[in-house]
Ligand binder design. Sequence first.
Ligand code: NIG
Ligand code: FE
Length: 424
Amino acid sequence: MPDTAPQASKPIEIWTRARIATMTTDRPYGLIDSGALAREGEKIVWVGESRDRPGDLKSRAREIHDVEGRCITPGLIDCHTHLVYAGNRAGEFEQRLLGATYADIAGQGGGIRATVRATRVARAEELFEQSLPRLRSLMSEGVTAVEIKSGYGLDVETELRMLSVIRRMGETLPVTVVPTYLGAHALPPEFEGKSDAYVDLICTDMIPRIARDRLACAVDAYCETIGFSPAQTERIFQAASDCRMPIRLHAEQFSDQGGAALAARFKALSADHLEYVSEAGVQAMAEAGTVAVLLPGAFYFLRETQVPPIQTFRDKKVPMAVATDCNPGSSPAGSLLLMLNMARTLFRLTPEEALAGATRNAARALRIDKRSGTLETGKNANFVIWDIAHPAELACGIGYRPPRVVYRRGRKVFTSQLTPPQGD
Ligand code: NIG
Ligand code: FE
């Protein structure tokens, strides 16, 4: 037997006197009323009621923080964004206020295609610089993981540039970035009248290359009358499955295309939007374990009136996530907290459902739930300390509940403390 020294334990940091919304499913919010949380390195090593804390934990602690009854939640997760793009579409916002619909604008070559034009001519550096404030905005509200889609390039070169910028964002800032390939976002102008040929390019060139080089974690598509047909979407899903890539889908935003059921057949991680999903679609999602990603920002900005079937999701036990859909057209939104508020006011989610939608269920939609989304021993120490006493207070109002401190993998990555006056 080799003579090995006992494993030296690392110093521990503890937060005490906290109300902890662990977001586990055993009780509402997984709430611990008078709790403590301890981390060793990047991981949570203990979380529970303070009175149950093992004795040796304190003796090994390097630092103990009294959070004075404040609430701790998991780091927030935004599981659907298109935040890497160039330019903006403020003009379209105005057109819509004057009566044009999202589909009208898309039909005239605007919408997603307008952003494609701006993104194709942007150098990687410009794309990165323009996208950074959007990611920072999310992070300043406690977001520690974010999904970012490609889909404003639609040619091989620009899609690959987008994916490399997306990757660089996660390497530059202390946030987990989960990239998704969304080649089937819109038909690129050079393929006008030849949409099947574009789908061929996606299936035979792009997906195998992206899978081989591990440039994205999933494949997404936009299945809609103004996007891709169910038959085309199915071909894309088949190509992704052949390359062992998981799928997700923009489904049933403006009409029922049967997209959610199709996605469920391919065991999709998520189906997103879902205003027009049928009961059969929800049933298929329930059986496949597909997460319903609700996007109240797009609903709000496009002044939609049909609400997703929230009660059916509840009845069939489909997990619901809530995300910003941050993009230049249908949801120019850099605030996940505002989306939580809107998920309640517009879709009538309970406060607990909304928070689960930006933590536990969002982690599941991104397949990062083994290490994040809830506060449990062994998971990453990604958490937020808020200036509130109970998680139901989170996002009750708009615009004034920034986190006090955000930790990711045990390290402080954001603090909202103002610099004291300089005494002028
Ligand atoms: O999720 N519907 C397609 N994609 C986005 C909109 C993107 C855009 O308008 O630029 C969405 O709403
Ligand atoms: Fe989207």
